[in-house]
Design a protein around this ligand. Structure first.
Ligand SMILES: *Cc1c(COP(=O)(O)O)cnc(C)c1O
Length: 385
């Protein structure tokens, strides 16, 4: 019997890998210097650690170290990329294009820009969650300056065709921002070959600490307008004393992701597929989102029983998400976009991770099957909607 509850919400956040914690600790205690203090050894060793981590983060996405700007996470990176690029390019145009299924850190930032004189087009994906590049191209206008399309969706795990979308942007001189918070360690990312100008990254979805992230800004891209003013850190793009311990943690967790992805992804796929096949065998279970263009650790199902909301909200022995964690359990705007605006009932996002065991997956499958069957048995007349 595994320890309960079993944690299967690794797209909401992950535990920090113990190897990462170990690398972080000295930078909280005796190596506490401010990386901006260049006049003494305390500062200089902290600066060296920050720059080593910058190289590690850059390496995972095949960027140059000078293209990585530290932020507090993907929310801040999205804000800096979108507001920063929208304002920096406002003289050329004020039209922005994105997708209905983006994270709220993108959607709400775009909404804020809309209130400040920008026009925003939000495209609907196909029913499988994927954005059709032709549909994307058709939405572009002469005054479009910036598009934002996430690499991996946080609820349904589908992987957008960033190469095709980026090529369309390139041909028209439109900047492309990509929220890659859910992609690191799950899919190979190579910004040398991907036509992407700005990319948001975060540590805590990839076994690093919360509160640290980065924005990739391609060399030669017009600098985004800073959103945080102060001491001029990060080449003036993001002021604030660098959090050495967090940065070292992000570097280490991205290093591990790069080193172990090839072995980890097939293992996660095996665990996920066990759950997928077991749950899909229940006739009231539907899978949300494309299963082919999808990261290996994500499963998103709808339980098509009208009266099992109770059950879904009271799964005590497995920690899964009933929409996205950021929504606090509200209706999923992602599933709604997939189903033409209709709200999707009783959705469960199950995301396996590095520290899940086969025993945990066996337990979770048995437990979920039992709970769903109990609910089905209670309402035999309403077996589907
Ligand atoms: C988690 C997440 C974010 C927010 O990242 P934070 O580092 O928590 O601010 C943004 N976008 C996506 C797709 C996410 O999954």
């Amino acid at each position: 019997m595994p320890n309960l509850p079993v944690y299967l919400d690794n797209s909401a956040t992950t535990p920090v890998d113990p190897r990462v914690v170990e690398k972080m600790l000295p930078w909280l205690t005796n190596r506490f210097g401010n990386p901006a203090s260049s006049s003494h050894a305390f500062g200089r060793e902290a600066r060296a650690a920050v720059e080593a981590a910058r190289g590690q983060v850059a390496q995972l996405v095949n960027a140059g170290a000078q293209e990585i700007i530290w932020t507090s996470g993907a929310t801040e990176s999205n804000n800096l990329a979108l507001k920063g690029a929208a304002y920096a390019n406002a003289a050329r145009g004020r039209h922005l294009v994105s997708v209905q299924t983006e994270h709220h850190a993108v959607l709400d930032t775009l909404h804020e820009l809309e209130k400040n004189g920008f026009a925003v087009t939000l495209l609907a994906p196909a029913e499988n969650g994927l954005l059709d590049p032709a549909r994307f191209e058709a939405a572009l206008r002469a005054d479009t300056t910036l598009a934002s399309v996430m690499m991996v969706n946080n609820e349904i795990g589908v992987i957008q065709d960033i190469a095709a979308i980026g090529a369309i942007c390139r041909a028209r001189g439109i900047l492309l921002h990509v929220d890659a918070a859910q992609a690191t360690g799950k899919v190979a990312i190579d910004v040398k070959s991907l036509p992407v100008d700005l990319m948001s990254l975060t540590a805590h979805k990839t076994y690093g600490p919360k509160g640290i992230g980065a924005l990739y800004v391609r060399k030669g891209t017009p600098a985004p307008a800073p959103q945080m003013h102060g001491g001029g850190h990060e080449r003036g793009l993001r002021s604030g004393t660098l959090a050495t311990h967090q940065i070292v943690g992000m570097g280490e967790c991205f290093r591990i992701a790069g080193a172990e992805m090839a072995a980890e992804v097939p293992r996660l796929r095996g665990l996920r597929d066990k759950l997928r096949h077991g749950l899909a065998a229940l006739d009231c279970v539907r899978i949300n989102g494309d299963m082919e263009r999808r990261i290996a650790n994500n499963l998103n199902i709808s339980v098509m029983l009208p009266d099992c909301e109770q059950m879904i909200s009271m799964l005590t022995d497995v920690a899964v998400s009933s929409a996205s964690a950021c929504m606090g359990g509200g209706t999923s705007h992602v599933l709604q976009a997939l189903h033409g605006g209709k709200s999707a009932p009783n959705a469960l996002r199950i995301t396996v991770g590095r520290f899940n065991t086969g025993e945990e997956i066996d337990f979770a499958l048995d437990y979920l099957t039992r709970k769903i069957s109990e609910c089905q048995a209670r309402k035999p007349a309403a077996a589907s909607v």
